[in-house]
Structures are given as structure tokens and as C-alpha cells.
Design a protein around this ligand. Structure first.
Ligand SMILES: [Zn+2]
Length: 214
């Protein structure tokens, strides 16, 4: 018994306060969005580096920036993520219909998505190796686009591809409607042009000259 009281005595922090919930990621125990954001980013594959500036400072609509953050965080609700949450699915990519739908497959490696990336890459005639993860693309893309006369426009392209693919994927998933690749490409180009007019309007010119300028 004496030993028990001695042990209690050593625990100086014990008091008669009621138990309460404390946010363990901060010293004062209070929840902070900054700490939560940092923790969420650490749970992704790229632990050392995170493209926050490229996501949040991009010249794209805010709702698209939120979506791009989900894609880079591997948190967008593709079939693999739904299965991790307990949904029973027979996962198949809605585009190629041969691979399992994962975030990295849908937005980077699917043969349909790759054709869109390749189309923009061909405009600049640059060498390009597709990274493994969605979070790595922005750094590679922006590095290669640094030589561009209109690098602000070049930086819009990844978001534009992902947004186009996601919209078409949802059409196929929820409305059972699909359009051919040429139409997907035109949708992507139209979205890109519209965002450029809105966010980087300087010297926009005709669309062919504008694409040449990339
Ligand atoms: Zn696919």
C-alpha cells in the first residue's frame, strides 16, 4: 500500500481536474489546422517535400486547387480508396478497363491519361518520364516549364488534365456516358483556354498562337 501511495506521489501531474480531450500534435493541446494539415501530408508517400505552393498558389479555381490537393494526397475517392474504406468493389479503370483504378493509375499512368499528358508535352518538345506518384508531378512539370515564355500557363496544365479526367471518369461511373478521346482532349483544351483567359489573360491571342507560345 505504501508503495502504491509512493507511486501516486511521483505522478505530480495528477489532479482533480475532469478528463478532457487534448490535441496531441500541439503543446497546448488545442486543435490547429496547420498541425492537422502537416500530419495529413506526412501520411502520403512524399514525406520530405510537399508541393503546397504549387497547389495553393496556382492560377486555377479554388475548388480545383482543393481537388488537386486531394489527388496529390492520394485521398480522392477512386475505387482503391473506396475499397480501403470498406466498399466491396470489383475495381476496373473506367478508361482502359484493364487495370485497377488507383489515384496514380487514373491521373498518371492510364493509357488515356498519358495521351493527354503527351499531347501537351509534344507542344514543348521536352523529355519527360512520368513520375510514380501524383504528388511528384508538379515539381517535374514546373521545372521543365521554367524555360517557357508563359510558365504561368504551363503550370495550369496538370490541374487541367486531372480535372478533365476526373469529370469524364465521373460521367462514365455515375451516368454511364462516355465520349471519345478526341472529345476528352477538346474538353481539356477548352478548360485550359478558359482558365488562361481568366487567370493569365496577358497576350492571349488566337488559340493556335497561344498553344505555340507554351
Ligand atoms: Zn486505365
Amino acid at each position: 500500500m505504501i508503495q502504491f501511495y509512493n507511486t501516486l506521489e511521483q505522478a505530480k501531474s495528477l489532479n482533480f481536474e475532469e478528463d478532457k480531450l487534448l490535441w496531441s500534435l500541439d503543446k497546448d493541446g488545442k486543435f490547429k489546422v496547420k498541425a492537422a494539415y502537416k500530419m495529413l501530408n506526412i501520411s502520403t508517400e512524399t514525406k520530405e517535400w510537399w508541393p503546397w505552393k504549387m497547389i495553393w498558389k496556382g492560377k486555377i479555381p479554388h475548388k480545383v486547387a482543393c481537388f488537386i490537393w486531394l489527388v496529390a494526397s492520394q485521398a480522392v475517392l477512386t475505387q482503391d480508396n473506396l475499397m480501403k474504406r470498406g466498399r466491396q468493389l470489383c475495381s476496373r479503370c473506367f478508361f482502359c478497363e484493364t487495370e485497377i483504378e488507383t489515384v496514380n493509375h487514373l491521373f498518371l499512368h492510364c493509357k488515356v491519361t498519358r495521351k493527354l499528358w503527351q499531347w501537351f508535352i509534344n507542344l514543348r518538345v521536352i523529355g519527360w518520364a512520368m513520375p510514380r506518384y501524383t504528388s511528384e508531378v508538379l515539381a517535374c512539370w514546373n521545372r521543365d516549364g521554367n524555360q517557357s515564355k508563359h510558365k504561368e500557363r504551363w503550370k495550369i496544365v496538370p490541374a487541367c488534365i486531372r480535372w478533365t479526367i476526373w469529370k469524364e471518369r465521373n460521367q462514365r461511373c455515375f451516368e454511364n456516358k462516355s465520349i471519345p478521346f478526341q472529345s476528352i482532349k477538346m474538353n481539356c483544351l477548352a478548360t485550359f483556354y478558359f482558365w488562361c483567359i481568366h487567370y493569365v489573360p496577358k497576350d492571349i491571342g488566337e488559340i493556335t498562337l497561344f498553344l505555340d507560345s507554351l
